[in-house]
Design a binder for this molecule. Structure first.
Ligand SMILES: NC(=O)c1ccc[n+]([C@@H]2O[C@H](COP(=O)([O-])OP(=O)(O)OC[C@H]3O[C@@H](n4cnc5c(N)ncnc54)[C@H](OP(=O)(O)O)[C@@H]3O)[C@@H](O)[C@H]2O)c1
Length: 260
C-alpha cells in the first residue's frame, strides 16, 4: 500500500469532499482513507471518477462502522460502501473499532469478502495488542493493517513493535494530532533546521519509521505541503528527539473504553 495518503474524516459530503479529493489526486496522492462513518463515500467515489486517474492506480480504504458489527450487518454495510463509492472492489477494508464480543464475527465476514476478491486486503483499526491476539485465535487470515491514533505525543512503541513482529502494517490516524502539534517547540526547531513545516517533519518521521500516514486537509496549499516530504531526511538525532516526545497522550477515544 502507499506510505502516504489523504484522510477525509469530518470532510463534508458534497463540494468540499469532492474538491479536496480531486486536488489531492491531482497533486499525486494515490491513497484515500474514508469510512462509512464519515458519510462522504459518494463524494470520494465521484472524485475518483472525475480525477481521470485509472482506478487501479489508486488505493481506496473504507471501514465498517460499529453499529453494523452490533447488528451483524457487516456484509450489507460493505455492499453499501461499495455502491456509494461506485467501485467494484476496495483496496483495504477495516473494522473501524474493536466492538466487544463482535469483532471476531465481523472478521469472518471480512475474510469471506477477501476470499471472494471483493477487497484486496483486510485489516483492523484501533486494535490494541490484546484485541489482535484475541482475533488471531479465530482468524484464518491475519489482519494486514492496524490503523491507530499515532503521533509524536502518542507514538505507540509497544504496539508498533508487536505489529512489526506479526507483519501487520501500522497506519497512523491523526498523524498531526488533529492540528494540535503544529506549534510544538521541539518540532519547530527541527523543522526550521530543514526549512520545512512542522507538519512535514511529523509526516517524514512517520515515513522513516515505516508508518503509513494519512493526514487530512481540505486546503490545496496544505494538501501539497503535506505531500512534499520526499526531498529531505531527518537525522537519527532528529528522529530520537521526536521519539522522546511520547507521553501516551491520546486526543481520540481509548480502544479499551469507548462508548460509541
Ligand atoms: N480509524 C479511526 O478511528 C480514525 C480516527 C480519526 C481519523 N482517522 C483517519 O485519519 C485521518 C487523519 O486524521 P485526522 O483527520 O483526525 O487528523 P490530522 O490529519 O492529524 O489533522 C487534521 C487537521 O490538521 C489540519 N492540517 C492539515 N495539514 C496541515 C498543515 N500542513 N498545516 C496546518 N494544519 C494542517 C487540518 O485542517 P484543514 O483541513 O483545515 O487544513 C485538520 O484540522 C482522518 O482524516 C481519517 O481518514 C481514522
Amino acid at each position: 500500500m502507499p506510505w502516504f495518503g489523504l484522510g477525509v474524516y469530518k470532510v463534508p459530503e458534497g463540494e468540499v469532499a469532492l474538491e479536496s479529493v480531486k486536488m489531492a489526486i491531482k497533486a499525486g496522492y494515490k491513497s484515500i482513507d474514508t469510512a462509512a462513518l464519515y458519510e462522504n463515500e459518494e463524494s470520494v467515489g465521484q472524485a475518483i471518477k472525475e480525477s481521470g486517474v485509472p482506478r487501479e492506480e489508486l488505493f481506496i480504504t473504507t471501514k465498517v462502522w460499529n453499529e453494523d458489527l452490533r447488528n451483524n450487518s457487516v456484509e450489507e454495510a460493505f455492499e453499501t460502501s461499495l455502491r456509494k463509492l461506485g467501485l467494484d472492489y476496495v483496496d483495504l477494508y477495516l473494522i473501524h473499532w474493536p466492538v466487544k464480543d463482535k469483532y471476531k464475527d465481523a472478521w469472518k465476514v471480512l475474510e469471506k469478502l477477501y476470499k471472494e476478491k471483493r477487497v484486496r486486503s483486510i485489516g483492523v483499526s484501533n486494535f490494541n495488542i490484546h484485541h489482535i491476539e484475541d482475533l488471531m485465535s479465530v482468524a484464518e487470515i491475519k489482519p494486514m493493517v492496524n490503523q491507530v491514533e499515532l503521533h509524536p505525543l502518542h507514538s505507540q512503541p509497544e504496539l508498533r513493535d508487536y505489529c512489526k513482529k506479526q507483519q501487520i502494517q501500522i497506519e497512523a490516524w491523526a498523524p498531526l494530532g488533529q492540528g494540535r502539534l503544529l506549534d510544538h517547540p521541539v518540532l519547530q526547531e527541527i523543522a526550521s533546521g530543514h526549512h520545512k513545516s512542522i507538519a512535514q517533519v511529523i509526516l517524514r518521521w512517520d515515513i522513516q519509521n515505516e508508518i503509513v500516514t494519512i493526514p487530512k486537509s481540505i486546503r490545496e496549499s496544505r494538501i501539497k505541503e503535506n505531500a512534499n516530504i520526499f526531498d529531505f531526511t531527518l537525522s537519527s538525532s532528529d528522529m530520537e528527539k521526536i521519539n522522546a516526545l511520547n507521553e501516551n497522550q491520546r486526543f481520540g477515544a481509548d480502544p479499551d473504553n469507548f462508548n460509541f
